[in-house]
Design a protein around this ligand. Structure first.
Ligand SMILES: [Zn+2]
Length: 77
């Protein structure tokens, strides 16, 4: 079911299962974990997939688009 390449436009970055997204969104109370915003929310890999991070709930957090952009690829804060 979870074969790679299902999302050719976003390889590896966002193949987060729907149930995991639901779990993380509920756990993070539907708000950005950096600033508390509730708009433009995205799922962020705490450890980037490129660096071996998984798409497990433990490695995911909710960030708004602004904070996610600010974090940028490869930067850990
Ligand atoms: Zn934010």
């Amino acid at each position: 079911m979870m074969s790679m390449g299902d999302y050719p436009r976003e390889p590896k970055r966002s193949h987060i299962p729907d149930d995991v997204k639901e779990y993380v969104m509920r756990r993070d109370e539907g708000q950005c974990q950096a600033c508390g915003s509730r708009s433009n929310l995205q799922f962020d890999h705490v450890i980037p997939v490129a660096m071996g991070g998984s798409s497990e709930p433990e490695n995911l957090q909710v960030l708004c688009a602004t904070c996610n952009l600010r974090k940028g690829p490869g930067l850990s804060t």
